[in-house]
Design a protein around this ligand. Structure first.
Ligand SMILES: [Zn+2]
Ligand SMILES: [Zn+2]
Length: 270
């Protein structure tokens, strides 16, 4: 039995899928649920929903994130499944996490944006900014302007994030060794993201024990590196061990390869 009544709560009309507010006149039955009481009311709700949809999916502005897209795409091509970039928002405190939509998404290669873990929307490859469906207003002008800066210098902003948070912008883990604190990311992420991992202060701030924990004794490390570098090799001269040469491309992204390149680049020779 359908009956006409005033709705106590806001809801959705079963026949037009449009909204009705609390207090609206509706027709209700257990079998068919709530509906607008007249066709005219359905038409008004449908029109309102079209306006709402257009507002939610409207382009809110433009930000050129080509730099971020290339940066993340290159990390993906180096083998990372879901590369993400963490940067600070313009207030210097909130965390923005930027990712890239996959091939099966509606607009592949768009930059997704989360602020303090809440999804705020995405930036399409052509720069169009679209807010989150449920809360499009969260993607405001200040955020759009800030993202344009991130697009111009993703590495710089990644470092600033690490400096503030003590965590790597790329993998989110806490950075502990002095060299990585100096550059703003660890050696493994440096490889994945195609960044240099050169720093100046390692001798003063990293102990021999710490190096040995990672690479073995200097002699073991040098010998291992030398074996991986066929054109170079291992040399022992008194208490000095050194290794050099060029690394086989297949080894480049393995942990051993990374350690070997670190060794030859920064020369932990003692
Ligand atoms: Zn309706
Ligand atoms: Zn990392």
């Amino acid at each position: 039995m359908a009956r006409t009544m005033r709705s106590k709560f806001p809801g959705w009309c079963k026949s037009c899928k449009g909204k009705f507010p609390a207090g609206a006149e509706i027709v209700w039955s257990r079998a068919t649920g709530a509906r607008h009481s007249t066709e005219a009311a359905c038409d008004v709700a449908k029109a309102a929903w079209e306006v709402e949809k257009a507002k939610r999916s409207a382009v809110r502005g433009h930000a050129d994130l080509t730099g971020v897209i290339e940066f993340i795409t290159a990390a993906r091509e180096r083998g990372l499944k879901f590369p993400k970039l963490r940067v600070l928002d313009s207030d210097g405190e909130a965390e923005l996490v930027l990712g890239l939509t996959g091939e099966r998404s509606k607009v592949p290669g768009s930059v997704t944006v989360k602020r303090d873990r809440e999804y705020v929307g995405l930036v399409r490859p052509n720069g169009d900014v679209v807010g989150a469906w449920d809360a499009p207003d969260l993607f405001d002008d200040a955020l759009i302007a800030h993202l344009a800066k991130v697009g111009a210098d993703p590495t710089g902003l990644a470092k600033a994030y690490a400096e503030f948070s003590g965590a790597c912008s790329f993998c989110g883990t806490t950075i502990t060794d002095a060299g990585s604190i100096e550059v703003g990311y660890g050696p493994v992420c440096a490889k994945h993201w195609g960044l240099p991992h050169k720093y100046a202060g390692v001798r003063a701030s990293v102990t021999r024990e710490e190096i040995e924990n990672v690479y073995g004794t200097p002699k073991e490390a040098a010998r291992g590196v030398g074996e991986m570098m066929p054109e170079g090799g291992f040399e022992e001269s008194g208490s000095t061990f050194s290794a050099g040469g060029s690394l086989d491309a297949a080894l480049r992204d393995t942990p051993e390869g990374i350690a070997a390149e670190m060794w030859t680049d920064y020369g932990f020779r003692m």
